[in-house]
Ligand binder design. Structure first.
Ligand code: ADP
Length: 210
């Protein structure tokens, strides 16, 4: 969690000992004005160390830094972090897929069937493997080389980000399609990758959107 200032540490100590205690009373104990302490109280409450109850005062939540971190991580949902999926059709050529991967600046492509449902996944190495010693990448359709349904690992919008991260590790893959159920199969609505997880990790620790 974030580093607290010396004054914030002292304020936490006062609340621990005297809870419930008003901002006014904390200020008195420190010989400071209530206004001076306002930003510190806002931070301690926002970060989760303190609980503020109107007309009662401040309470110590009893949570440690790592408990608060875990709590925050468990609020992260796939929906909030997913990025835009890059897709190709089943009958696209390997050549087209390679071009799409470069232009889309992604490492994983999702393949859609004629009903626009998820039918496969193409990784960088799938395309490299197909390219080695193959003279005619224009003639080779991606459905021949892709990893296909039902062997695709997916995630849903409402899943926890940490669950998606676990799937990436367990299956040793770089990306997951975010899908919705339809009568034709899975509609692809997003993408979760190792980069997504890295950004979430940085945001969690630096408390900044990137
Ligand atoms: P790379 O091949 O570049 O190392 P990955 O580790 O993501 O990239 O892919 C490894 C293999 O797993 C590839 O054959 C790929 O088609 C397949 N794959 C990638 N993502 C998924 C997924 N979400 N579900 C099932 N298979 C996948």
């Amino acid at each position: 969690m974030m580093e607290l200032t010396e004054r914030q540490e002292i304020m936490l100590g006062i609340v621990k000992e005297h809870e419930p205690i008003t901002g006014e009373q904390i200020a008195e104990k420190l010989n400071l004005s209530r206004a001076t302490l306002r930003p510190d109280l806002a931070i301690l409450t926002m970060v989760g160390y303190l609980d503020a109850r109107p007309r009662v005062g401040y309470f110590y939540t009893g949570k440690t830094g790592s408990e608060l971190l875990t709590e925050k991580m468990k609020q992260y949902k796939v929906k909030e972090f997913k990025s835009v999926p890059v897709v190709v059709k089943e009958d696209a050529s390997v050549y087209e897929a390679i071009t799409t991967m470069f232009l889309g600046d992604v490492g994983t492509l999702f393949v859609l069937d004629n009903n626009h449902a998820l039918s496969g996944v193409l990784s960088r190495k799938d395309l490299l493997r197909a390219s080695i010693g193959n003279q005619n990448l224009h003639q080779l359709p991606v459905h021949v080389i892709m990893t296909r349904m039902p062997n695709i690992t997916v995630c849903k919008q409402s899943d926890l980000l940490i669950e998606a991260a676990k799937k990436l590790i367990d299956k040793q893959i770089d990306g997951l399609p975010v899908v919705k159920d339809t009568e034709y199969g899975y509609q692809v609505v997003g993408r979760i990758t190792k980069t997504t997880i890295t950004s979430a990790f940085v945001e969690l620790l630096l408390n900044e959107q990137i």
